[in-house]
Write a protein that binds this ligand. Structure first.
Ligand code: FAS
Ligand code: PHB
Length: 400
């Protein structure tokens, strides 16, 4: 169903969504299931959005939601269910079994795959997405007819008039800034290190993810499939990617992940992608202003150590879809509660991501190192400690 064209450059719909990443596309899908029409506005091309290498882990609630909305086909066929993770430090590697501890698990299924599934589903549903737009701007947020304007690739000016606007435009989009400073509050923590991430055409050397504490710095062995592995090493902020040759990355991974420890070996292979990712925590409140509702990275950023970014974006829109459906139909109770309800989970995931990051990344301070090792030993030897990590990593139920 395409939005009604009323004048040369005006489009009317019920919800205008800014951003065609996971938050925006899952939201459009969930709104359609509620019988609500939306239009998506995206600054990049469809191919670019689908190609961005980002998250790799889906928590239980995300998988449940995708399956319940007809988006679980390829996930079930190609995704890999994991019972838990390994935590490691020199000389020790311990498995935390989330299923034994909480009855919930996680799946390895890259964000690029989720995005492809979303794009295919929205195409099939005739979803209107304006790609490659410029000059996106938000208007009349305190009225009951807010709008989004943009310049189309052909240079025409377009206005999308809606009952509500969903700001799903990530950490650099215009939506968060459309909330007046007088009502906007934000919190930020920058971490004194970054991640250098590589994708490699090599079978994983482990069955489940390994999060490794090491005096040289943190390392993570993740994966995308039986033939593609994903790795990260802690590096100083502003590390030029050219400073780390493939050999240097593999050497650091071998040391930090314990190559040769208890007969375990790290297999290497051709590196196909590499990037340095800064680490920060950021939360903006409120996640609503008038008829503007924020979701996903537009409202919050977490360091990837807790594998929460994508999952938190999905949790936001799982709350937002019924809230907007109600608002459009004249019942604002869920919309009025959206920001407070969403922020409860945002802060839980923000704390967990900070907790995992602080436990696993070395600062060079020997006191910190002893605290971290003590915390790791406790988490791996205490059911209470392990259950706390498992509950948060595998994900609390939506609406927590
Ligand atoms: P997104 O940023 O995915 O999507 C926002 C969309 O809005 C983008 O397509 C953008 O082009 C569009 N947009 C921006 N400005 C616009 C404008 N003016 N007009 C129209 N459209 C506009 N999370 C994990 O869990 N694990 C990871 O390993 C991980 N790695 C990451 C690596 C990187 C480099 C980044 C940036 C993020 C990573 N994340 C990771 C977090 C990531 O997965 C996000 O949480 C997830 O993409 C959030 O989805 P959205 O909220 O939809 O935001
Ligand atoms: C990934 O596979 O990209 C990944 C997995 C777990 C994390 C972060 C990133 O905590």
């Amino acid at each position: 169903m395409t939005a009604t064209l009323t004048t040369m450059d005006e489009v009317r719909t019920q919800v205008a969504i800014i951003g065609a990443g996971p938050a925006g596309m899952v939201l459009s899908h969930l709104l359609a299931a509620e019988g609500i029409e939306s239009v998506v506005v995206e600054t990049r091309t469809e191919a670019y959005v689908a190609s961005r290498i980002r998250a790799g882990i889906l928590e239980q609630s995300t998988v449940d939601l995708l399956r319940a909305n007809g988006l679980g086909g390829r996930l079930d066929a190609e995704g890999h269910q994991h019972r838990g993770i390994y935590l490691q430090w020199p000389g020790e590697r311990h498995h935390l079994d989330f299923v034994d501890l909480t009855g919930r698990s996680v799946w390895v299924y890259g964000q690029t795959e989720v995005q492809k599934d979303l794009v295919a589903a929205r195409h099939a549903a005739g979803q209107q997405v304006f790609y490659e737009v410029a000059d996106t701007a938000l208007h009349d947020l305190s009225s009951d007819r807010p709008s989004v304007t943009f310049t189309s690739p052909s240079g025409s000016s377009v206005r999308v008039v809606a009952d509500a606007i969903a700001g799903c435009d990530g950490s650099f989009g215009p939506s968060r800034g459309a909330v007046p400073e007088s009502v906007r509050q934000s919190w930020e923590r920058l971490y004194p290190y970054s991640w250098l991430g590589i994708l490699a055409n090599v079978a994983p050397s482990t069955d489940e993810l390994i999060y490794a504490w090491h005096p040289d710095g943190f390392a993570l062995h993740s994966m995308r499939s039986d033939t593609v592995s994903r790795f990260y090493v802690q590096v100083p902020n502003d590390t030029p990617i050219g400073e780390w040759s493939d050999d240097r990355v593999w050497e650091a991974l071998a040391i930090r992940l314990g190559h040769g420890q208890d007969g375990w070996s790290l297999e290497t292979g051709p590196v196909t992608s590499r990037a340095v990712l800064p680490m920060r925590s950021f939360v903006a409140s409120p996640m609503r202003h008038g008829r503007l509702f924020l979701a996903g990275d537009a409202a919050h950023i977490v360091p990837p150590t807790g594998a929460k970014g994508l999952n938190l974006a999905v949790a936001d829109v799982a709350l937002l879809a019924p809230a907007l459906a109600g608002l459009v139909r004249g019942s604002s109770a869920l919309a009025d509660a959206y920001s407070d309800t969403a922020l409860r989970r945002v802060w839980r995931c923000t704390h967990f991501s900070w907790w995992m990051t602080s436990m696993l990344h070395t600062s060079g301070d020997p006191f910190d190192a002893e605290l971290q090792l003590s915390q790791l030993r406790w988490v791996c030897s205490s059911d209470a400690g392990a259950t706390g990590l498992a509950e948060n990593y595998a994900g609390l139920p939506i609406g927590f």
